[in-house]
Design a protein around this ligand. Structure first.
Ligand code: FAD
Ligand code: NAP
Length: 550
């Protein structure tokens, strides 16, 4: 891993520096935003991240087995043709370290490090109605001001710590996968993993061979298909590089932007034999989104089609997992309507003698003791290490954790008290000149192409605000209409019928609500183009009061 120069937080707490723009977060979103605003619009920009390195998700999630489940050829930026040609990869999916190295390369390539201040959390950002400027305060007490604030805080970034009685008494190590230390020795230890989403499945499959014993604590079993990871030859990579123009064209004009053609065939329009053939073919190729969207067009919308896919996966679990009791615990019975998962050899891992499964649905966790985890059947699962693969306070989690105040001093917590909302996933009423990357009700896709779409559009909106010498914010009506659009589209799918993070239903006490535009990237881009073509319809441009003659 390359070590980037780290900009230390300023120690002079009294100093105040003025910028055109502040970017909060240095993951995929923040890195590209900094490049765009500084290198293309020519603004003075400072980016901040609480982390000690750039990379966002790929800085924090260093757990064993951490892997992108978007194929590597489209889990990257597309904005620079030379970058696309220069940067190589050698496996179908990219490992955490590969993606981190890639993002570090991008930072170096575009000379961004000098304007990224690491080890610096942003505690507060407060808008001044009179001057149309933001005052931004770091967790170290440094204060800067800026005309624009871009929040690239990450939608899967604020970790979800379970509130389990006695958790603080555990004598071994407790590690959340989203804050994994650089080195952690698991060999020869008794390890428990709570959670079996994307993360849990990856970590379980990766650590099982090295630990003495692994206990998977499963509350809601999930449908999973093979990832189908494999090495890629240099010839395959060269062929993809030669085809990038049409690949990105397809991605931008698709629904989920994962780099495969989505099916247009309804599942029930073909014979049972053909259905099974298609499921098997895609199971063999691997990939969760491919299985849900590349097999048939209505798995996520039609209950009968959904059940056909679900029962195919259930039959695979029965076939693969030899112990009938383990297979029972691992077999989902509800709709196949969470984010579609894939993993390398996940179900096969449960055939290992050193892997057991605790059924939390039947026997929930009662407490954590110094020795391990006690479940409702009275059993104490003795552990040396407890891994929490319990996910994230997704989408708005990092917003609610900041003291973010818009017009009239209204906090984001007040503005989003009922539910987090936005216009176009990018802006929210009452917070002028604040632009969100992957804010609430943004697109539900492979994320780098959506991030690029948003960053490029934000740049246009900033340029427009510069020209008009005014602060820009969406009207409450435009925001309301966008929320309704997102709700209407979500209601056409099966996703809201199941509790998961994509509707904010994974964190106790959080309101279940629509959090994504599920209409696909092509439609999302069309919506953005339409708003822009109509002179940024739905936005108000308000000059600073301090500059308006009395
Ligand atoms: P992030 O990468 O999350 O970066 C946000 C940054 O903001 C963080 O570094 C954080 O420290 C910083 N930050 C937040 N609040 C503050 C603050 N107040 N002050 C300072 N800094 C702050 N997506 C896909 O499309 N395909 C995949 O295969 C895929 N795999 C994933 C695997 C894992 C393990 C996880 C957790 C997510 C995955 N995702 C995947 C989603 C992934 O988060 C996005 O693809 C992408 O990396 C998001 O980039 P980002 O810049 O928007 O946010
Ligand atoms: P997640 O999908 O929200 O899964 C969290 C898991 O923890 C669930 O199994 C949940 O069970 C369990 N859990 C939470 N609190 C619990 C408690 N108190 N007791 C018992 N179990 C508890 O989180 P994630 O796996 O980290 O994935 C989040 C998202 O990150 C993914 O959907 C994906 O978008 C992204 N991601 C992608 C990859 C990849 O393959 N590229 C890898 C990792 C993450 P319940 O279901 O019962 O609540």
């Amino acid at each position: 891993m390359t070590t980037l120069p780290t900009t230390e937080p300023a120690s002079d707490t009294a100093s105040s520096v003025d910028y055109d723009a502040i970017v909060i977060g240095a993951g995929f979103g923040g890195i590209y935003m900094l490049h765009k605003l500084r290198n293309e619009l020519g603004l003075s920009v400072r980016a901040y991240d609480r982390a000690a390195g750039v990379g966002g998700t790929w800085y924090w999630n260093r757990y064993p087995g951490a892997l992108s489940d978007t194929e590597g050829f489209v889990y990257r930026y597309s904005f620079d043709k030379d970058l696309l040609q220069d940067y190589d990869w050698s496996t179908r999916y990219l490992k955490q370290a590969d993606i981190l190295a890639y993002l570090e390369h991008v930072v170096e390539r575009f000379d961004l490090a000098k304007d990224i201040q690491l080890n610096t959390g942003i505690a507060a950002a407060v808008f001044d109605d009179r001057t149309n400027r933001w005052t931004v305060t770091t967790e170290q007490g440094e204060t800067v001001t800026a005309t624009y604030v871009v929040t690239a805080l990450g939608l899967l970034s604020k970790i979800n710590m379970p509130d389990i009685p006695g958790i603080e008494t555990f004598a071994g190590d407790i590690i959340h996968t989203g804050a994994w230390p650089d080195q952690h020795e698991l060999a020869g230890k008794r390890v428990g993993v709570i959670g079996n989403g994307s993360t849990g499945q990856q970590v379980i499959s990766a650590v099982a061979p090295e630990v003495e014993h692994l206990t998977a604590f499963v509350r809601t079993p999930q449908y999973s298909v093979p990832a189908g990871d494999r090495p890629m030859t240099a010839d395959e990579v060269t062929a993809i590089k030669g085809d990038f123009d049409s690949i990105w064209d397809q991605v931008r004009n698709s629904v989920v932007a994962f780099g495969f053609e989505e099916s247009a065939v309804p599942a029930m329009s073909v014979s049972e034999e053909e259905r099974q053939r298609v499921f098997q073919e895609n199971w063999d190729i691997g990939g969760g989104f491919r299985f849900m969207f590349g097999t048939f067009c209505d798995i996520a919308t039609d209950p009968e089609a959904n059940e056909a896919a679900a029962s195919f996966i259930r039959s695979k679990i029965q076939e693969i997992v030899k112990d009938p009791e383990k297979a029972r615990i691992l077999t989902p019975t509800d709709l196949y309507a969470r984010r579609p998962l894939c993993a390398n050899h996940y179900y096969e891992t449960f055939n290992r003698d050193n892997v057991s499964v605790a059924d939390l649905k039947q026997y929930p966790i009662v407490e954590i003791t110094p020795e391990g985890v006690r479940t409702a059947d009275g059993k104490l699962h003795e552990l040396d290490v407890l891994i929490l693969a319990t996910g994230f306070d997704a989408v708005d989690g990092n917003y609610m954790a900041m003291d973010l105040r818009g017009r009239g001093g209204r906090t984001i917590n007040e503005a989003w008290a009922d539910a987090p909302t936005s216009f176009l996933g990018i802006t929210t009423n009452g917070f002028p000149n604040m632009f969100m990357i992957l804010g609430p009700n943004g697109p539900f896709t492979n994320l780098p192409p959506s991030i690029e779409t948003q960053v490029e559009w934000i740049s246009k909106l900033v340029a427009e605000a510069q020209t008009r010498e005014a602060a820009v914010e969406p009207t409450a009506e435009a925001e309301q209409a966008w929320t309704e659009t997102c709700q209407t589209i979500a209601d056409m799918t099966l996703f809201p019928k199941v509790d998961s993070w994509i509707f904010g239903a994974n964190v106790p006490g959080k309101t279940k609500t629509v959090m994504f535009y599920i209409g696909g990237l092509a439609n999302y881009r069309a919506q953005l183009a339409e708003v822009e073509d109509a002179g940024f319809r739905g936005f108000e441009f308000v000059p600073a009061r301090a500059t308006v003659p009395a």
